[in-house]
Design a protein around this ligand. Structure first.
Ligand code: ATP
Ligand code: MG
Length: 346
């Protein structure tokens, strides 16, 4: 039993009738269905009328030569691969045909080798076309899978951001019913810590890039929220931001956001007395060694003995987050107030 394969539809464009017949007969025996065209225009008309898997195009023809016809074939929508047929000693023409987009070339030789050579060039060209198609399909599948994964990740970030927002809202509701000022402060700080994390997820949800975060935009939003949550009255210190454009990984952004929140919270609490105006400066800049430096500084009295007046949790959180960035926060003793610096690898 022979396996029925559909014939390979070949359009053979050549003015040499004798050779055309030979090709038709020989390739016909090898599973080809050969349509003959005696010149370029007849070939183009045949392509208009029918679908072909592949095309062979002769160079020397009366009227238009093969190089003149080739663009007409290749500029069609979804053109078949074209194998170019040239005389011996005509390397230049073969090269010109390949440059113009031919899949391969065969040297026209009156010996009976020609049909065998043509067949092998046709088969190679068809195989290459099939591999190209398969490759394109595989790439398309990868693209679809990646898009789907990104879409899910965006959805997850959206939900995480929303859930954290919900937790923060619960805390706001609870705050309204709390009279004790110390408890209110503690709750507000916890809320600021949660907001710092929620903010990263919201940035990821709205950004096209899921792996990195635009720090300028993120810190801008974060500083805005810290201003709202920590210093609601007019006399409270002014928080300024000066950030150079840079992108960091999601994990780095979460760590940096939490550190900024802790440092700014401390400055609000300890640098200026109640009703005292002042400035808290947040800066992010690349340094010449290829790292980046985050600085939070105020013009208050400085760290003093550094002993926690509160729970001391802030310092522990800062140490943990900084070690995640393979770094540590350092305090610049030359500065009058507190200047906390953190250098990290980008
Ligand atoms: N900007 C600052 N100006 C003056 N003193 C500071 C400043 N930042 C920190 N300190 C001092 O360092 C101490 C330790 O800060 P840390 O954040 O570790 O703990 P905390 O703020 O007291 O407690 P928590 O962060 O849990 O609320 C503070 O209690 C304060 O005395
Ligand atoms: Mg603190």
């Amino acid at each position: 039993m022979t396996l029925e394969r559909p014939p390979i539809r070949l359009l053979y464009i050549d003015d040499d009738r004798g050779l055309s017949r030979l090709v038709q007969k020989e390739l016909g025996r090898h599973g080809y269905e050969v349509t003959l065209a005696a010149d370029g225009d007849a070939g183009v008309a045949a392509l208009d009328a029918d679908d072909f898997d592949i095309c062979a195009l002769d160079h020397y023809m009366p009227g238009r030569d093969g190089l003149d016809v080739l663009p007409d074939i290749l500029h069609r929508p979804a053109p078949p691969p074209v194998v170019y047929v040239t005389g011996a000693q005509e390397g230049r023409i073969a090269v010109a045909a390949l440059r113009a987009g031919a899949a391969d070339y065969v040297i026209k030789d009156v010996s009976e080798d020609f049909t065998a050579l043509l067949r092998s060039a046709l088969e190679d060209a068809l195989l290459r076309r099939r591999l190209e198609r398969e490759n394109e399909e595989a790439q398309e599948q990868v693209r679809i899978a990646r898009d789907r994964a990104e879409c899910m990740l965006r959805e997850v970030n959206h939900r995480v951001g929303n859930s954290l927002q919900l937790v923060s809202t619960f805390m706001s509701l609870q705050l309204r019913h709390m009279a004790d000022e110390g408890a209110r402060d503690a709750l507000r700080e916890a809320q600021a810590r949660i907001e710092a994390v929620a903010h990263v997820h919201r940035r990821l949800y709205t950004s096209g890039d899921m792996e990195t975060v635009d720090m300028q935009a993120y810190l801008d939003g974060l500083v805005g929220e810290l201003t709202k949550s920590l210093g609601s009255d007019a006399a409270s210190p002014n928080i300024t931001l000066q950030a150079e454009p840079m992108r960091v990984s999601t994990d780095q952004a979460v760590s940096l956001g939490v550190i900024v929140t802790e440092l700014v919270t401390n400055a609000v609490k300890y640098a200026y007395g109640a009703g005292e105006a002042g400035e808290i400066r947040v800066r992010l800049a690349p340094d010449p060694s290829g790292r980046a430096i985050l600085t939070v500084e105020d013009d208050g009295p400085g760290l003093g003995d550094g002993k926690p007046k509160g729970t001391g949790l802030g310092g522990k959180i800062i140490t943990a987050m900084a070690s995640g960035l393979r770094s540590a926060v350092e305090f610049d003793s030359a500065h009058k107030g507190v200047r906390a610096c953190l250098a990290f690898d980008l």
